[in-house]
Design a protein around this ligand. Structure first.
Ligand code: FAD
Length: 311
């Protein structure tokens, strides 16, 4: 089948996969395309020194009454996701000050991307394809489609719709830096640290703890300001991040290895409260919708748009 009879979902993060899943489950023909070599988007990670390290989202949550809750429960039942913790440390300029409790955060043994891959089981997926233009019709790179979905951050969607360099305003960047040591030398019950009032760090996660293998690996997320200053050369920010992490956690030895990853559009300044956009057969979804911005919102946005298109 060519695209004329089917919906083309552009973006293989959790929102695009949720949208395609809802369409396919309703019996609608749908193709999912992503420019990457793998699905996952900002739930991505990388194999570093023999194991997967989560470099994007740190964990996921699901509200009790959320339609996402049964999806997460199914992942837990099948051993793909695992309850991680409901408690993190909070640090200020003087170091770690207290702990804070909230909803259960879920991690994965195989990396968060594995959940997106699982959700895409049986879908028609085309990887390694960068879409250049979505035009009225709707058309995807000139080819007619029944409907088109842009499941990605707004600056990326705006570029596809106008085929020009739209401004990047409204979304914040983050650098993720993975740090590996020969052995663990931080508290076993640390889980993760929200860092306030630091020019360098916003968050540090214990990757071995959340993944369940106890590996001596931390992942630090920078402040938007540090990321903005190093988008062209993320590696140049690593020494400042290493210093800040070692000072925060009192780690004497430098890490054995580091790896930096740039997220140019990590999160929206102000996600919309509407669940999705849909005008003239062109839908938009993702964590720029269904505020607040997080994995659960992105899934809800994509699922709601898929159901609306199917209906
Ligand atoms: C550093 C960081 C930490 C985070 N921490 C958390 C957390 O702890 N908990 C939480 O719930 N959320 C967290 N989030 C947010 C969460 O990751 C996102 O809300 C969610 O993954 C967004 O999914 P999405 O499908 O909307 O977009 P994305 O995952 O960004 O997917 C968009 C996809 O579109 C593709 N694409 C873009 N342009 C094109 C094109 N032209 N052609 C083809 N494909 C294209 C991209 O390759 C990408 O795969 C974090 C995000 C970041 C970056």
């Amino acid at each position: 089948m060519d695209n004329a009879g089917r919906t083309v979902v552009i973006g293989g993060g959790i929102s695009g996969v949720a949208c395609a899943r809802a369409l396919a489950d309703a019996g609608r023909p749908v193709r999912l395309v992503d420019r990457g070599r793998r699905l996952g988007g900002r739930m991505g990670g990388r194999t570093l020194h023999g194991r997967v390290v989560d470099l994007g989202a740190s964990y996921l949550t699901a509200g009790d009454d959320s339609p996402f809750a049964p999806v997460v429960a199914d992942w837990v039942e099948r051993g793909l996701a695992r309850p991680w913790t409901d408690t993190f440390a909070v640090a200020g300029p003087g170091g770690i000050e207290r702990t804070t409790s909230g909803p259960m955060r879920y991690g994965t043994a195989g990396g968060l991307r594995s959940l997106v891959v699982d959700l895409a089981t049986g879908l028609d997926v085309e990887l390694g394809r960068t879409v250049r233009e979505v035009t009225p019709g709707p058309r995807v790179d000139g080819e007619a489609a029944a409907a088109v979905v842009l499941a990605m951050p707004d600056p990326q969607a705006d570029r596809l719709l106008s085929a020009t360099d739209a401004p990047d305003a409204g979304w914040q960047p983050t650098l993720a830096v993975a740090l590996g040591w020969p052995q663990r030398s931080w508290p076993a019950d640390l889980h993760g640290v929200f860092v306030h009032d630091s020019p360098v760090l916003g968050w540090v996660a214990d990757d071995g703890d959340r993944r369940g293998d106890g590996a001596p690996v931390l992942v630090a997320h920078s402040t938007p300001a540090l990321a903005a200053a190093h988008l062209d050369d993320p590696d140049a920010a690593v020494p400042a991040v290493v210093d800040a992490v070692r000072t925060l956690l009192g780690i004497d030895a430098p890490p054995e290895w580091t790896h930096a990853h740039r997220w140019s559009f990590a999160k929206p300044d102000e996600p919309r409260s509407e669940p999705f956009g849909l005008v003239d057969g062109v839908g938009r979804c993702g964590d720029g919708w269904s505020a607040p911005s997080k994995v659960e919102s992105a899934w809800r946005s994509g699922d709601a748009l898929g159901r609306a298109l199917a209906g």
